[in-house]
Ligand binder design. Structure first.
Ligand code: CAA
Length: 276
């Protein structure tokens, strides 16, 4: 692949959008390659994904404006579907996906981060939906996910004004879970860059998720996602089914036996999802 790299650290997969010359903007090829990267994740081994952008400056500076500039109505709709299909794949991916947002997350960049389960960002991150300034609406789920993640009023304000916000404001409105700062020594010199500190934090969070029972974590993701799409009476039934689904698994037996034996050191057994 030309614009996407994939590496594995223990049980965590790291997918990096790597088109630095265009600030990792999403053209059709990047979207296709991202889809291929997610399809290639070995779900019997990997328990959490970290999604990031190459370099210090930009996570993703949006959909590719050059590619979009000459689209017809029908082609515009098809391009929106292409992004939406990929982002829905990420949102419903069986294991958690953490967006490690290093710098600009604008338009499609903000939107892809919102399709992930958790967003953490570097202190230089900038979020925004600048589309109305380009004569279009957000087209990769921004009108829907921003309104659900923050509030309809705040989403409308950000989208109608096309105002970019910095990391601290993104944290304050609940768009990101955590802001990671560069490490600085007493002389004021940067010892760990904001990007390195961000990746260390993202990988630490991912490793923590990966150390928990894999079927339980997947069922939690599904319960939260599916439950939010329906009313509470239906949602609690979804939870009951996924709760019940955990019983009789090796993880449930081992996890509870470890507690009852007061053996906190024992690690949960690995149960490949495909074999559950
Ligand atoms: N598409 C295509 N190319 C892009 C791009 C994008 N979204 N964002 C940046 N680039 C390219 C620039 O054209 C430039 O390329 P050249 O060196 O070949 O000229 C290169 O990346 C570096 O960008 P800048 O020189 O502009 O860098 P800067 O530091 O001066 O500014 C920036 C950075 C503020 C992020 C600015 O690049 C910018 O405003 N980018 C566009 C952001 C945007 O509007 N995103 C939304 C796109 S629409 C969308 O995403 C629709 C949707 O919902 C699906």
């Amino acid at each position: 692949m030309e614009f996407v790299t994939y590496e594995v650290k223990d049980r965590v997969g790291i997918i990096t959008i790597s088109r630095e010359k265009a600030l990792n903007a999403l053209n059709s090829q990047v979207l296709d390659e991202l889809g291929e990267a997610f399809d290639a994740v070995d779900l019997n081994e990997i328990r959490c994904i970290v999604l990031t952008g190459a370099g210090e400056k930009s996570f993703v500076a949006g959909a590719d404006i050059g590619e979009m500039s000459s689209l017809t109505k029908a082609e515009g709709e098809a391009f929106g579907k292409k992004g939406n299909d990929l982002f829905r794949k990420i949102e419903t991916f069986p294991i958690p996906v953490i967006a490690a947002v290093n710098g600009f997350a604008l338009g499609g960049g903000c939107e892809i981060s919102m399709s992930c389960d958790i967003r953490i960002c570097s202190e230089n991150a900038v979020f925004g939906q600048p589309e109305v300034g380009l004569g279009i609406t957000p087209g990769f789920g921004g009108t829907q996910r921003l309104a659900r993640l923050v509030s309809p009023g705040m989403a409308k304000q950000l989208i109608y004004t096309a105002r970019n916000i910095k990391a601290d404001e993104a944290y304050r409105i609940g768009l990101v879970n955590k802001v990671v700062k560069a490490e600085v020594n007493e002389a004021g010199e940067v010892t760990v860059s904001a990007k390195d500190a961000l990746m260390a934090e993202a990988l630490k969070m991912a490793a923590g998720i990966a150390s928990n029972a894999p079927i339980a974590v997947r069922n939690c993701k599904k319960a939260i996602n599916d439950g939010l799409a329906v009313d509470m009476d239906k949602a609690i039934v979804i939870e009951e089914k996924l709760f019940g689904d955990c019983f009789e698994t090796e993880d449930q037996k081992a996890g509870m036996a470890n507690f009852l034996e007061k053996d906190k050191e024992k690690k949960l057994k690995v149960v490949p999802f495909a074999n559950k």
